[in-house]
Design a protein around this ligand. Sequence first.
Ligand SMILES: [Zn+2]
Ligand SMILES: [Zn+2]
Length: 224
Amino acid sequence: MHRCIQCLQPIHETLTVFNFYRPREQFCQSCQKQWETVTLDLNSRRCPRCLNKQTTDSDVCLDCQFLEKTFTLMSQLYCDYQYTGVMKEVIHNYKFMRDYYLAKVLASKLKPPKTSYDMIVPIPSPYERDAERTFNPVTTVLDYMGVTYINLLKTKLRPKQSQLGKIARAQASNPFYIEKEIDITNKEILLVDDIYTTGLTVHHAGEILCDKNVRKFKVFAFSR
Ligand SMILES: [Zn+2]
Ligand SMILES: [Zn+2]
C-alpha cells in the first residue's frame, strides 16, 4: 500500500498513461493543500533582505534596521514557507515531541536555494548539549535532503531568550564559537536554521563568521 509520508493515509492514485512513469506522489491531496497554504507569498510587499511583511515605506524593514545597529547584516534570506499552520505543527512535533519521521517530510518539502556559496553551515542546536536531546533538527533534515554541510559553529548553552528584553538579547554574549581551525577568509557562507523570527540567532552566528573575515553570509531558513 502506497501511503502519504505525512499523515500515513493510503494514497489512491489512478495510473494513467500520463503519470505512469512519473515518481509517485509522496503526499496525499489533503496534506499537499496544507503546504500550499503556508507557502511564503513573495508577491506581497516584503523587506527585500529578510522577506518580512513590510509595514513601513522604507526599503529595509524595522527588524533589519534594528539588527544593523549591532551586526553586519546577512546579504539575503532564502525561505519558502511561513511558520504557521502545517509548518508550525510539523516543526513542533519534530523538535519537541520528537516525531523523527517528520524530518523526512520537511526534507521533501524544502529545496536548497539556487544561489552561490562556498559552504553550508548549519546553526548548531542547543539541544545537542542536552543529554536527552542528542539530535540537531537542522542537520537531520539536511541529511535527508542530501545536502553537504560543515559543522563549523558550536554553541554554548543559551539562556532562554524570551526571558530577556529585546536590546538585552542583542547585546547578550554571543552563544556561538568556532572550534575548528578552518580558513574561511573571503568565503561566502550559507547559514541554515529552521525558523527565522527576529534574525537574532543567525546574526549572532554571522558575527562569528565576520570576525573570521568571510566575504558575506546568506541565510536559508525552513520557515519564517
Ligand atoms: Zn497526507
Ligand atoms: Zn528585513
